[in-house]
Ligand binder design. Structure first.
Ligand code: DX5
Ligand code: ZN
Length: 224
């Protein structure tokens, strides 16, 4: 299993975002998680496609490889902003199915724009929609908290949800990443992995510490 760590910029210093992206990549980040909030679908407001575009050139390893930008849309409606983020250089774009009137169409539009597409499930959101679109998606993101804010505690029922998604992904036989987002720390990342997650978003756990490399190394140690 290849595990990926995706630090969330939500907990980074917004006054120095480019530097934060470079520093966390130097510390070992595999993806950059970019939380887009619209003050409508969630009660908070973050950043848009222009900021994503400005950060893209910073999202490189020292050897010059592009680090994937993992856009998590907490917006309603979905399609216009998804298109804008595809244009802005996003690699993966995930949205909440309950925020789109036509989930299948939103997925097709993201893929037609050249990005990988993901669906995000809130703690109380059922997985039924996966029965109809699992063959079309590249990623499932299970929320460990209610979306909108960093630094919240992990909701344990998300582990059961991760297990249920893992069963569906394995049954599909497709290469679909299973990402968990919210409340992930060094001391619970292993439980999320044991439930079936392979990609881990962490905001406050990483950006809340002075040494990003040390936290990411401890996370990888827990996953080993
Ligand atoms: C919450 C966001 C998360 C957030 C996680 O709505 O989707 O990506 O940054 O923050 P932590 O890791 O602090 O729970
Ligand atoms: Zn997120």
């Amino acid at each position: 299993m290849t595990y990926r760590i995706a630090p969330s910029l939500l907990s980074a210093d917004f006054a120095r975002l480019g530097e934060e992206v470079r520093d966390v990549i130097a510390g070992g980040a595999d993806w950059i998680h970019f939380d887009v909030m619209d003050n409508h679908y969630v009660p908070n407001l973050t950043f848009g496609p222009m900021v994503c575009s400005a950060l893209r050139s910073h999202a490189r390893t020292v050897t010059g490889n592009q680090v994937p930008i993992d856009v998590h849309l907490m917006v309603q409606p979905v399609d216009a902003l998804a298109a804008a983020f595809a244009q802005a250089g996003a690699d993966l774009i995930s949205f909440h199915p309950d925020a789109s009137g036509h989930v299948h169409r939103s997925i097709q539009a993201i893929k037609a724009a050249g990005c990988q597409a993901g669906l995000v499930f809130n703690p109380a959101e059922p997985l039924d929609v996966l029965d109809w679109v699992i063959d079309d998606i590249d990623l499932v993101l299970v929320m460990g908290v209610n979306p909108g804010f960093g630094g919240q505690s992990f909701i344990d029922s998300a582990l059961r949800k991760i297990e249920a998604v893992r069963t569906r992904i394995d049954a599909s036989g497709k290469d679909i990443r299973l990402e968990v987002d919210g409340g992930i720390k060094v001391d619970n990342i292993r439980r999320a992995a044991d439930a079936g997650a392979d990609t881990f978003v962490a905001g406050s756990a990483i950006f809340g510490q002075p040494d990003y490399r040390a936290v990411i190394a401890r996370m990888r140690g827990a996953l080993r």
